[in-house]
Ligand binder design. Structure first.
Ligand code: MD3
Ligand code: FE
Length: 217
């Protein structure tokens, strides 16, 4: 069975857990869709391979990334941007699977953001040791829309800070099937992911996949 950070069996979804104004954790919200989401993510990855983008600072990210939907997030020496095509292939990103758009809209509504229709889904793949340092998501044109994130596979420690990089972040465990929604006053909060601890997930193996849904265009 799936396990949370403490090796306990998963609890079925109960209710949104507010963590800050505009931010809520929906623990277990995606559990009953997790296998469909995993399979759809694998199909996207087969069509648009994972890559380790280089940041403007010149270092390859430890997280493997790809996208689906009308717009995809890309990074290179020249900066971060959203693009309608995959720079590796020159082709449009794979379409957003229906099960992706559906869970994103339902989770956003559950957290109080009705009518969320993401046009971008970033797929992040963490292997043991991969991390994401503290940053803000500010490359989207519509900062009024929330961001929805779905965690699959190995558990991670999510770092949730404030509006200043220097604000000491709170730590939250994100397990397989957990969903988080960030909007309103939390939309520009600094956040990151601590280095992934090694482990073996029964369905996903030695990895964590995070789906991040945005309104980018
Ligand atoms: C809090 N990804 O791709 S998703 C990212 O788990 C990113 O892969 C992390 O941060 C991951 O940019 C975290 C959760 C998330 C996304 C956007 C946020 C949390 C956020 C925006 C504001 C505050
Ligand atoms: Fe982010």
């Amino acid at each position: 069975m799936t396990q949370n950070l403490f090796g306990e069996p998963p609890t079925p979804y109960a209710a949104p857990e507010p963590i800050a104004p505009g931010a809520a954790l929906l623990r277990g919200f995606a559990l009953d869709q997790a296998e469909a989401l995993r399979q759809a993510a694998q199909q996207v990855i087969a069509a648009a391979h994972l890559r380790h983008p280089v940041t403007p600072g010149g270092r390859a990210m430890s997280v493997g990334m790809t996208n689906c939907g009308a717009l995809g997030w890309t990074s290179s020496r020249t900066g971060y941007r959203y693009s309608s095509t995959d720079p590796l292939s020159g082709q449009p990103w794979p379409p957003m699977p229906a099960c992706f758009a559906d869970i994103a809209a339902r989770a956003a509504a559950e957290a109080g953001f009705e009518g969320f229709a993401p046009d971008a889904c970033l797929i992040n793949r963490y292997e043991p040791g991969a991390r994401m340092s503290l940053h803000q998501d500010r490359d989207e044109s519509d900062l009024g829309a929330p961001i929805v994130s779905v965690s699959l596979g190995l558990p991670a420690v999510f770092l949730f800070g404030g509006l200043q990089r220097s604000d000491r972040p709170a730590r939250y465990g994100l397990a397989h099937g957990d969903v988080a929604v960030w909007g309103g006053a939390a939309r520009l909060a600094f956040h990151g992911v601590a280095p992934l601890a090694d482990g073996e997930h029964p369905r996903l193996g030695r990895q964590r996949i995070n789906l991040t849904f945005r309104r980018a265009g």
